[in-house]
Design a protein around this ligand. Structure first.
Ligand code: DC
Length: 225
């Protein structure tokens, strides 16, 4: 266990693996801060859509990311002082986030902003490259995964609850495409770091997955004493 002053738990994994729910529950249980790094990529995508910037304008996207006026207030996520918590969850922003996430200049522009979330008493960071790039010295690295079918079903239920129309077939196709883009890109591709604990949540609820992460983390802390 690293002896750094501010502990970090990195939780990485593919879309709809339950990272967000697990990260939130772990942060709440420990009283830690939470970094939803996907929200930053989603905000860049929304800013690009608002500015009608084409997805292939890489320098333009990097500039947007550098000057991004993002805010996190409680559960609210802001872009230029507007609450966009729901807007950034749209399929257009999900797709856009995956596209802008493949741009090296965007990733570099967001690096310092993400590291600034590391504050006392600790941080739970959720994303794709938390353990590999942003917090390589994280105290605990978790790679959360689940079969693509189960992830599509979870997304389907979430959308249905919100009254948003979707089909399982379309969601499956979409998740497969996003996985491929996130895993095959050259800039910080999604992959477990060698020291990550792999947690397959195909047959686990988010609560059970969070309990496992907490148990491993508490175990590490006890070992360090
Ligand atoms: O975690 P999420 O589904 O909100 O992330 C949306 C997209 O943002 C994801 O498809 C890829 C990108 N992303 C990334 O490239 N790196 C991160 N650390 C987090 C998200």
């Amino acid at each position: 266990m690293n002896a750094g002053p501010i502990p970090v738990i990195a939780i990485d994994g593919p879309s709809a693996s339950g990272k967000g729910t697990v990260a939130k529950a772990v942060a709440r249980a420990l009283g830690f801060h939470l970094l939803d790094s996907g929200a930053l990529y989603r905000l860049v995508a929304l800013a690009a859509l608002n500015a009608e910037l084409p997805w292939n304008d890489e320098p333009g996207l990097a500039r947007l990311a550098l000057g991004l006026q993002a805010g996190f207030r409680g559960d609210d996520i802001m872009l230029e002082n507007q609450i966009v918590t729901e807007n950034i969850r749209s399929e257009a922003c999900s797709e856009g986030a995956s596209i802008v996430g493949a741009v090296g200049g965007v990733r570099r522009a967001l690096l310092r902003r993400q590291r600034a979330f590391r504050q006392i008493p600790g941080l739970v960071a959720d994303g794709r490259d938390m353990g590999t790039v942003v917090f390589p010295d994280a105290d605990l690295k978790i790679y959360l995964t689940a079969s693509v079918e189960v992830r599509a079903e979870r997304r389907y239920k979430q959308l249905k609850q919100k009254g948003i129309a979707a089909t399982l077939t379309a969601l499956l196709k979409d998740l497969r495409e996003r996985d491929e883009r996130d895993m095959l890109r050259s800039a910080a591709p999604l992959k477990p770091s060698p020291e990550a604990h792999i947690l397959d949540t195909t047959a686990l609820t988010a609560e059970a997955a969070a309990d496992r992460v907490l148990a491993v983390y508490r175990g590490l802390r006890n070992d360090a004493i």
